[in-house]
Write a protein that binds this ligand. Structure first.
Ligand code: PEP
Ligand code: MG
Length: 909
């Protein structure tokens, strides 16, 4: 290693690793592809020799704008060694060594970054390659591919210019596929391609092979910050500072004739998880041809007829890889004149259903234990499985069928380009993006669409891989549908024309495509959680059985309890079926809507104690009955009832409407006394910032009798349930407390009311009194507040709003998109807890609260309680429970189990 004087680089850092030096655990340094190439090399599998430039080198380049000084010498040393091993030199005129330069980040980003093949070819070495391969056509084909790829990805030339020339050449020769062009045609094409480079890039295509390689390496580094790559990372929540590694690998050729070819394969079906032979193969082809859909691939099983020896060897290697990685692997391979080469493997992406099935299949095979199985799935996948699917009994008009590439049931208006998909979805339309095939430029449209439909390409096409990664419904390769993107229409086999804007429905689980809107039915996983399907029953499907097993394990190991946010018996009962261990938040304001709103209106407008008393008296029995029903539904489990929270004006008429009514009445000289009084009150109570105004405990303190009425209703309901031999476990929660004094006053009043109810009913009541922590001041003084609170429930919705100073009702629509685009945060802090800011207040408040009161019960009831990443955080900071909407309870249970499980995490993105 040369002495390293670069100020950006610590001494002694190694930037280049031979494939024999790395292993699969070095993904941070070597990227996924490099680490796995090294692992396969170590396993003795046939991997073409090569080396990997580390992500560290890329990071130095991205930080400083220059490659680290030591890199050039290290690359030279590794290239020398490679040349010696191969017995030929890079670009050597009579017998050239050719290499591929491929990107490879820690997490797979399909098609997002750059690859250049055939580096080392030049005007001189092209003849050497022809002689060496005994095939003139092959050599010129390889050379034109190099200029094309290099021109596009390294020199930034518009790729269509090359494609157009290629099309012209095919037309001139009256052929349809590139393999029908001969050496002379390709030679002419090379001259044309070089001219395009000269005109467009303002420089000659470099003839020096080392210059080709160095420029390609730099281009791969640069591609990390390409627009497509940045967007993909944001979507997939991949950090922007990881950088990419670069793999330099000696070339093997799949385009040397019919005994050569290239393919992709999975060790199991990435949609169902079943073992078998899944993949695509393309004879006489190179690299991207398979996924680009240029010619039609054949199913991998046909390779057995084409080349039995390679097929058998491939099957054996796939088994070795599965047993070694103990997981589904996907692979890329090339056959060069009957010799099989492995070009890539990785733990493969899969659908949510396959993730659950594979995890339990691998447990049954004895390859992994249950703890590991739990790490192989995640809450996001479980949430996906809970989506509804199409009603099979519905009357439908099927118009085609393709490959079930990514499950789900999607309905939307047909659009034929990414731009329209984005535009229409922004105006609230649901759209299905329909393309012949997708490429990375379609990414925006794919994100905006409900689902993606393509007429070409297989399970490994761009559309399929990316949609699966996003969890988006996708049907691909629906060949009987003719897609005409220029005229924005699609024609079915029987001639029906679907125009832009027509509604279509696509089923990513069966591959079926329908015209019109097909009704949807609940998923079997939801049926299982609802208790309408039993995992042990004969007809329970494999997926439900897998979900059941993994959920049972998660429940066994998790420490966090999971409660529901629910305000009525129906939601409470569903939550219970879904596994809720209580209610963490009953928002009582939801009980004052509809007809009851009027009582509240009267309460607010009351001029005299008597009027106020009347309203409270009317409300009391209604509230009591609400609680009786809720406590009955949750019998034996805790129910945290929060006293009234939202700003009062929400219970009053709309100020503009009322003003207009009054004005109109006055103009008719027909003013209504009541309306006038109401308008005055509405004006009096109008606030500029209602979220920071008269709400929560403040309301309880200024409207006499309001909170005590609610406490009385809770206490009387609990007494009634006890008399009925029930087991009510009510907890009373005070919202928006900022200081312990507020809590003390409410607490004293509440205790008095509870004592009165006990005396009146003769029933002993134990009602815990606690508070929400949803203001920074409350979090900062948690030690004092805990003196008056038996529990804390973190209201992370308001806490996020107040810590960031973000209006929770406005910011997501107004400027969050810009913030996300600028990378200020990767995900909205209202969705996933901001660990550094809001999270740190939660952590400190939890500690301070427990320091005052060691048995203080701690929970969270903001939206974050059902968010997978946030659940891990709440586990880590030691909360007792999370509370979330009923539908998210299974997700929270699963993630709480994953957080607690001590199994080593796997990079299973
Ligand atoms: C919160 O603020 O996190 C919370 C749960 O209360 P709400 O959303 O009702 O304000
Ligand atoms: Mg709140």
């Amino acid at each position: 290693m040369s002495e390293n004087k670069d100020p950006h680089v610590p001494q002694g850092v190694k930037f280049v690793y031979d494939f024999t030096e790395g292993n699969k655990d070095l993904k941070d340094l070597l990227g996924g592809k490099g680490a796995n190439l090294a692992e396969m090399t170590n396993l003795g599998l046939p991997v073409p020799p090569g080396f990997t430039i580390t992500t560290e080198a890329c990071k130095v380049y991205l930080d400083s704008g220059e490659e680290p000084e030591a890199l050039r010498d290290e690359v030279s040393a590794h290239l020398d060694a490679l040349e010696q091993k191969m017995g030929k030199k890079l670009g050597q005129a009579d017998n050239p060594l050719l290499v591929s330069v491929r990107s490879g980040a820690k997490f797979s980003m399909p098609g997002m970054m750059d690859t250049v093949l055939n580096i080392g070819l030049s005007d001189k070495s092209v003849s050497g390659l022809a002689a060496q391969a005994g095939d003139e056509r092959f050599a010129w084909d390889s050379y034109r591919r190099l200029i094309q790829m290099f021109g596009k990805t390294v020199l930034g030339v518009d790729g269509d210019l090359f494609e157009e020339e290629l099309e012209k050449a095919k037309k001139a020769k009256k052929v349809t596929v590139d393999t029908e062009l001969d050496a002379a045609d390709l030679k002419k094409l090379v001259t044309k391609f070089k001219k395009i480079v000269k005109t467009e890039a303002g420089r000659d295509f470099p003839q020096d092979p080392r210059e080709q390689m160095d420029l390609a390496i730099k281009a791969v580094f640069d591609s990390w910050n390409g627009d497509r790559a940045k967007l993909y990372r944001r979507q997939e929540r991949i950090p922007h500072d990881l950088g990419t590694a670069v793999n330099v690998c000696s070339m093997v050729f799949g385009n040397l004739g019919p005994d050569s070819g290239t393919g992709v394969a999975f060790t199991r079906d990435p949609a169902s998880g079943h073992q078998g032979v899944y993949g695509d193969y393309l004879q006489n082809a190179q690299g991207e041809d398979v996924v680009a859909g240029i010619r039609n691939t054949v199913p991998l099983a046909e390779l057995e007829q084409i080349d039995k020896k390679s097929y058998d060897q491939l099957m054996q290697i796939m088994e070795t890889l599965e047993n070694h990685y103990k997981d589904l692997c996907d692979i890329e391979f090339t056959i060069e004149r009957g010799q099989l080469w492995m070009l890539q493997t990785r733990v493969g992406k899969r659908t949510a259903a396959a993730a659950f099935r594979i995890a339990t299949q691998l447990v049954d095979q004895g390859l992994i234990d249950e703890a590991e199985a739990l790490q192989r799935v995640n809450g996001q996948q479980l949430a996906q499985l809970m989506f509804p699917r199409f009603d099979e009994a519905a009357k439908v008009e099927k118009i085609g069928r393709g490959i079930a590439a990514s499950p789900g049931a999607a309905v939307g208006k047909a659009v034929f380009d990414s731009y329209t998909a984005v535009k229409w979805s922004r105006s609230g339309e649901k759209v299905i993006l329909i393309r012949r095939e997708t490429n990375p430029d379609d990414l925006d449209g794919m994100i905006a669409a409900e689902g993606i439909l393509t007429s070409r390409g297989g399970k490994t096409s761009h559309a399929a891989v990316v949609a699966r990664g996003m969890g988006k419904t996708c049907v691909c390769g629906a060949e009987e549908l003719e897609v005409d993107t220029k005229r924005r229409r699609m024609t079915t086999a029987d001639g029906t024309v679907i125009e832009e804007g027509d509604v279509v429905s696509i089923d990513g689980s069966t591959g079926k495509v329908y015209l019109g809107e097909v009704p949807v039915v609940p998923s079997p996983v939801v049926e299982y959680f609802e208790g309408r399907m039993h995992a042990g029953a004969d007809d329970a499907d494999e997926l439900v059985a897998a979900v059941h097993r993994i959920m049972a394990y998660a429940d066994r190991v998790r420490r966090l309890r999971v409660r529901a946010n629910a305000d009525n018996a129906e939601d409470a009962l569903r939550a219970r079926r879904f596994g809720a261990q209580g209610i963490g938040l009953c928002r009582t304001e939801h009980m004052f809507l509809g007809e009851r709103r009027e009582y509240v209106e009267r309460l607010i407008l009351a001029d005299t104690d008597e009027e106020r008393e009347d309203s409270l008296k009317a409300l009391l029995p209604l509230q009591r009955q609400d609680f009786v029903e809720l406590f009955e539904a949750m019998d034996g489990l805790p129910v945290t009832v929060r006293l009234l929270d939202p700003p009062l004006h929400e219970f009053l008429p709309d100020i503009t409407e009322l003003s207009v009514r009054v004005a109109l009445a006055e103009s008719r000289k027909d003013a209504n006394e009541n309306d006038l009084r109401l308008l005055q009150a509405v004006h009096r109570l109008h606030e500029q910032n209602p979220m920071l105004g008269l709400r929560g405990v403040r309301l309880g303190l200024v409207i006499p009798g309001l909170f005590t009425m609610q406490v009385r209703a809770i206490a009387e309901a609990a007494a009634e349930r006890k008399n009925a031999k029930g087991d009510p476990r009510a907890e009373i929660m005070i919202p928006l407390v900022g200081t312990v004094q507020e809590l003390e006053i409410v607490r004293d009043e509440a205790e008095q009311v509870i004592a009165e109810v006990q005396a009146a009913t003769g029933v002993e009541l134990k009602l815990a009194l606690g508070t929400m922590i949803e203001l920074p001041r409350a979090a900062l003084t948690a030690g004092q507040i805990a003196e008056a609170a038996e529990f804390f429930s973190f209201g992370t919705n308001d806490l996020t709003q107040t810590v960031w100073g973000f209006s929770r009702d406005d910011v997501e629509a107004s400027f969050f998109t810009a913030y996300l685009e600028k990378g200020i945060f990767g995900v909205s802090p209202f969705e996933t807890i901001d660990k550094d800011g809001v999270g740190s207040l939660v952590r400190n408040a939890a500690q301070a609260g427990r320091a005052t009161r060691p048995d203080l019960k701690l929970g969270v009831c903001g939206e974050h309680g059902g968010d997978p990443e946030s659940v891990h955080f709440f586990h880590e900071v030691g909360l007792d429970y999370v509370s979330c909407s009923p539908f998210r309870i299974p997700v929270a249970r699963l993630e709480a189990g994953r957080a607690a499980s001590s199994a080593k995490g796997s990079d299973n993105r």
